[in-house]
Design a protein around this ligand. Sequence first.
Ligand code: SAH
Ligand code: F3S
Length: 467
Amino acid sequence: MAKSLFIKTYGCQMNVYDSNRMTDILAPLGYEASSTPDGADMVILNTCHIREKAAEKVFSELGRLRALKQAKQQVGESMILAVAGCVAQAEGEEITRRAPYVDMVFGPQAYHRLPEMVARASRQAGAVLDTDFPVESKFDHMPDSATVENSTAFLTIQEGCDKFCTFCVVPYTRGAEFSRPVADVLDEARRLRDAGAREITLLGQNVNAYHGTTGNGTERGLGSLIREVAQIEGIDRIRYTTSYPAEVDDELIEAHRDVPELMPFLHLPVQSGSDRVLSAMNRRHNAGQYRDLVERLRAARPDIGLSSDFIVGFPGERESDFEETMDLIRDVGFLQAFSFKYSPRPGTPAAGMPNQVDENVKSRRLASLQALLIEQQTKFNAGCVGRSMPVLLEKFGRHEGQLVGRSPYMQAVHVQAPAHMLGDIEVLHMDSAGENSLAATLVNAAGIASKDVSADAHSARKMAQTV
Ligand code: SAH
Ligand code: F3S
């Protein structure tokens, strides 16, 4: 009989990818994905440790799940409760201490051992703790199946980070940089295509640090890998995330110039516009270098749109530093961005720095920074009205006859369109815009041929320049 599996995913897209892989790995053991923890035979929290709030949520969720587990036990059934991901990696022992009813705790490098852990957990009551960084890669042990949702899929090509930004836990929770061999990546991309993916997002904590080996022992960077993925028939859109500015090389910039499948949208975290703060963060770029990089990307791909990450209230950040960040945002112009108050993470250098910024100051800075970013985002969306863009129709909308898709710039686009267009890339005319989405109508009733998705590049270019 099928057992039900509920996975709750927190945090980044790497975790979304890992959750999909866990679903794949557990399928042969008879686990079927469920959309609710109620009555589930196994619940996995795939956690995020990046900010304090993210880690706290896990403990409150565990409290709720404990009740569900007890309810099952009362009727003579059982529930395996597991904590995976970066909180498990960083606070494994804390979890088994504070929540002894948790059966399994394992870090991001241990997923391939899941079947073995499940077997052990069902046999014995004692919690299984697996948070070692194994030398061999977890990818060597993953099954071949592929999870594709809404014609889009994630593909992890790189893991870990050696950059040690002074605020960040990732180098500690995810370990050193590791790139998957080129052939493995291409095989997985083909499988995803066969499973229905038209858009693939290449993932890595530091995706442009990618240097995968080829059969003849040479290494390939991300730019070259993107060209190869673009060759795969049926893959019409490529994205990648997250990039580290100092590692954007000419080859990658040239891929933006030459590869039409590579979407003109790039998430390029800058964190701050102040050189003092950037240096204290141990970022390997200053504000001037970031601006230059944006210039070079725009020269290669004039319609490219940018997104970023910002941290306000890093230790020692003065009002003048914050104003430099605001200036950088005004100068560069972002289509969207993620912004956070600095959150001290135990064990990271910045947590012990003097001059921690007052919470109220952080809140005020975050509010003005977000207001500026939302203003830019709203203006960009408004600038799209009246233009046409190719949109990948990903899913049904909330209203009858409505489909929802993504523009090249990741904007959500709503359109009245026949159901058979699901999974197609259609050129849509943008009729109206809000802060977070656009409403559009079909331009031509027939589906456009695949690979012809850069139609109307001219208007897209103009739009990117309206910011
Ligand atoms: N390259 C990584 C980025 C790390 S986390 C990736 O896999 O996406 C994403 C963002 O969270 C960072 O870019 C940073 O802006 C933010 N962040 C990381 N640590 C933080 C901290 N201690 N406090 C506040 N924000 C943080
Ligand atoms: Fe974190 Fe900096 Fe790496 S933000 S993931 S240490 S590039």
